[in-house]
Ligand binder design. Structure first.
Ligand code: UDP
Ligand code: MG
Length: 320
């Protein structure tokens, strides 16, 4: 039977930690009973340098439920994406299948069973997808929507309305661990892994307690990081703009020359206006060209795996 690990990044979550532990232990107990997961399945809390009593609470939970609850303590606050990565990579060596979920119980723990079913049906990655965003504020909803749209326009493949509530098989996490990049945007990286994927749908609830650890500033940083780590399209936009302005320069030249020969212009205007268009276009074009190389260097330094071989059919001897 497959051993399940539930990875939970926690930053200043003293108010919800016990609640989360109880809810997730309940889910594990139930799944063990139904013989869907191994009896030694566990929760792994990753303390992301909390300044409150989060770590003490994790220690208490571990003491009370040594098999069910494990903890990882990061030396300082590194942010949600890194904390989650640390948890995934630590948990993969102790388990066969891993689910990541936030500590605040906003994601519905009752769909974990469905995730496991889809895993047993052959999917390596199962995305938790929010049905609606009724409980989010209007502001959070519209900004999030705009974010997914912009990501799509920039050519970043993401699963719509999916955050970081997902199941991954051990081999998917192993493949993920080969992505050595430091600018992490997990939900953009998962589709790159390949393998069969599936989704489960749920309603996202309110935070069980405490307040959001993702203020607008962090959200904008995440969005910008998502685009700049996955797409060199902004550079191509500059190049395109340069080309467009050089083209406009030709039109401007025709207009300026006609005005010059029909004679109603101030002396010097023609050469000035032409220089402005031409130099402006040339500069953008040059920046865009240089940018193309920087974009390539950027992609190279990421050293991402170029492919992921799932199977090889190559028997050496014919049998029978
Ligand atoms: N989190 C973390 N490190 C941080 C910020 C947040 O590990 O620096 C965790 C946090 O404890 C929670 C998850 O990331 O488990 C998501 O945070 P939150 O629920 O506050 O985000 P929101 O749901 O408001 O977007
Ligand atoms: Mg939350």
């Amino acid at each position: 039977m497959d051993r399940l690990a539930i990875v939970v990044p926690c930053y200043n979550e003293e108010e919800v930690l016990k609640l989360a532990s109880e809810a997730l232990r309940g889910v594990l107990e139930d799944l063990v009973q139904k013989e869907k997961i191994a009896p030694d399945s566990f929760i792994m809390f990753v303390n992301d340098g909390s300044r409150d009593r989060t770590w003490e609470l994790i220690e208490e939970e571990h003491a009370a439920y040594p098999v069910r609850v494990k903890g990882v303590k990061l030396a300082g606050n590194v942010g949600h994406q890194f904390a989650l990565t640390a948890g995934l990579i630590t948990a993969k060596d102790m388990s066969d299948v891993i689910i990541s979920i936030d500590a605040d119980l906003q994601d519905d723990v009752n769909v974990i069973e469905e995730m496991i079913d889809k895993f047993h049906a052959g999917s390596d990655i199962v995305y938790g997808v929010r049905k609606e965003r009724k409980t989010d504020t209007f502001f959070k909803r519209t900004t999030a929507q705009a974010f997914y749209k912009l990501m799509g326009m920039m050519g970043v493949k993401t699963v719509y309305n999916h955050a970081d509530f997902r199941l991954m098989s051990k081999r998917a996490v192993e493949e993920f661990s080969k992505y050595k990049e430091t600018n992490l945007f997990l939900r953009g990286m998962m589709p790159l892994i390949g393998y069969q994927t599936d989704s489960v749908y749920y309603d996202r609830g309110e935070r069980a307690a405490g307040e959001s650890k993702y203020p607008l500033k962090k959200m904008l940083a995440l969005a910008f990081n998502g685009i700049s780590s996955f797409s060199v399209k902004p550079i191509s936009l500059i190049l395109g703009m340069g080309m467009f302005i050089i083209f406009m320069c030709v039109l401007a030249a025709i207009y300026a020359l006609i005005s010059y020969f029909t004679g109603h212009v101030v002396a010097g205007w023609t050469s000035l206006i032409l220089s402005i268009w031409f130099l402006g276009g040339l500069q953008l074009l040059a920046i865009g060209m240089v940018g193309q190389y920087i974009g390539k260097v950027y992609i190279e330094v990421k050293h991402r795996p170029r492919y992921n071989i799932e199977k090889v059919l190559a028997k050496e001897k014919s049998e029978g």
